[in-house]
Ligand binder design. Sequence first.
Ligand code: XMP
Length: 516
Amino acid sequence: MDKELVLVVDFGGQYAQLIARRVREAGAYSELVPYNISFEEFSNKNPKALVLTGGPSDIYANNAPRLDEKILHSGVPILGICYGFQYLADAFGGIVDKAALGEYGSTKANIVADSILLKDSPSEQKVWMSHGVAVNQAPEGFLVTSKTPGAPVAAMENANLGIYGVQWHPEVKHTPLGQDVFVRFLRDAAKLKLDYNANSIIDEQVAKIRQEVGNNKVICGLSGGVDSAVAAALVHKAIGDQLTCVFIDHGLLRQDEAKQVEDDFTAAFGIKLVVQNEKERFLGKLSGVTEPEKKRKIIGREFIRSFEASVRNLVESGEDIKFLVQGTLYPDVVESGVGAGAANIKSHHNVGGLPDDLQFSLIEPLRTLFKDEVREVGRKLGIPEVIVSRQPFPGPGLAIRIIGEITEERLDILRRADAIAREELTNAGLDNEIWQCPVVLLANVHSVGVQGDGRTYGMPIVLRPVSSEDAMTADWTHVPYDVLGKISNRICNEVREINRVVLDVTSKPPGTIEWE
Ligand code: XMP
C-alpha cells in the first residue's frame, strides 16, 4: 500500500517539525523538505499536498526564499503558514508589506467568509501570531476569509487553484482550533484519505522488515528506553525468532528498569534475550573517576566493548547474523542534515562503532517516526506503559547523576531517592507536563541536619524537573509546592543517608538538563 505523502516545505521556521507532526496527527504521512527542493525531486516524491512553513525572512527582501515556480503551479494543493502564507500572496500578485501593527502572541481573528479552510469555525477565535509583515491585499481571485487587527488579510483561499493560507500559526497549542485547519486542508481541500495511524505504520514496517531480512538473523541492543524496545517489538512481530536481543546491564539503570526489560517486555513477548551482566566491569573502570567527560568516555567505550563481546559470542556459537537494528528517529535524520558544526557540549553515547569484522546491514524501523508516534506504536504492540511512557534517560545512566565518584552504595542511595521522586510525580499526574526529572546526588557535599533528637551529617539530593519540546532548550517546571514537599519529606524519611532536598530552578541555557 502506497501511503499518501504530504511535503512540509521548510522556509526556516522554528516550527517545521511541529507542523510535520500535526499533519501526521491529522492522519497523513508527512516529510520535511527544504524550500529549494528541485522540481525533479518533488515530482519523484509525488506528494498529494504541500504545507509551507513560516520563516524569518521578509518576502519583499531581495533574496527571500521562494519555491521553484513549477512546483508552485503544479496543481498540488498548498497550505501556506505565516511566511509561507505571505509568500503565496506575493507569488499570486497580492500586496504584502510592513504591517501597520505587528502582532506577536495571542490575537483575535474574525472569520469573514464561508470557506473550505475555516468552514463551521466560530466567527471569532483565538489565534497565535508572530508577524511584522502583513498581506494588505489578497491576489485577484482569492477569497479573504479572516482578518485580525494587524492583518487585513489573515487567511485566504482560492479553491480552484488549490491555494490556501493563514497568517497565524495553527500548529501551536496557543491556537486552540489550529488542528482543524490542518484537517480541513488535508481532508476537504486535498481530498486525502487520512488513514495514516499507528496500525498502518506497523503494517507497513512489518512488511518492509520481512522483505529486507528474508530468512536472515537479526540482532538488537536494548537500552531500557522506549526507542530500542519499540524497534525490537516491531522487528519481532515481523520475523519472530530470527531476532535476538542483547541487553548490557551496566548497573547504572534506575530501580526496576532492568527487570522491566527482562520480565515485563522480552519474556512477555517471547523475544530471545541475551543479558550480559557487566556491573562489575563498569564499576571497576569507573572507580576513582569524578570528571564528567571521563565518565562518559569510559561508559561509551565499555558499552561498545561489552556489546561487541556479546555479539561475537553469538556469532561464534553459529548464529549467522546479518542485520543490526537501530532505533534512529526522524528528528535525528532531519537534524543530521543540518546540525553540522554544533559545539560538543557533552559526548553522548550510542550503540555503534562495531569493529570491521562485525559489520552488519542496518535496519531502522523508526527512521520515519517522531517520538510520540513511537510511543503510540509501542502501545499498539502491547509494550508495558512503564516502558512506553518512560521519560528520556541518558545512556550513561545514573553515573552522570552522581556528582563525584560512583560507588555501589551511592548508586543504591540515588536509586531509592529517584524511585520516590518518580512515584510522587506520577501520582500527582505531572508526567505529561514534565519532560524529565533528573534526580542528582551531590555525593561530595555534606550538610548538618537534625532528625529525631540527633545530629545528622548527610548528602543532599537535587530535583531537576524540566519542561521542554525537544531537550535543546528547557525551562524548570513549576511543580506544585505540596508535591515538592511530599517528595522532600519522603526522601529524607525513607533514605537515611539524605538529609536535605533542593530544587534546581535553572533553565537551559544556561544550565544543561543533566548535571554532568
Ligand atoms: P543535556 O544534559 O545535554 O541533555 O541538556 C539533553 C537530553 O539528552 C539526554 N542525555 C543523553 N542521552 N546519551 C543519551 O542517550 C547521553 O549520553 C546523554 N546525555 C544527556 C538528557 O537526559 C536530556 O534528555
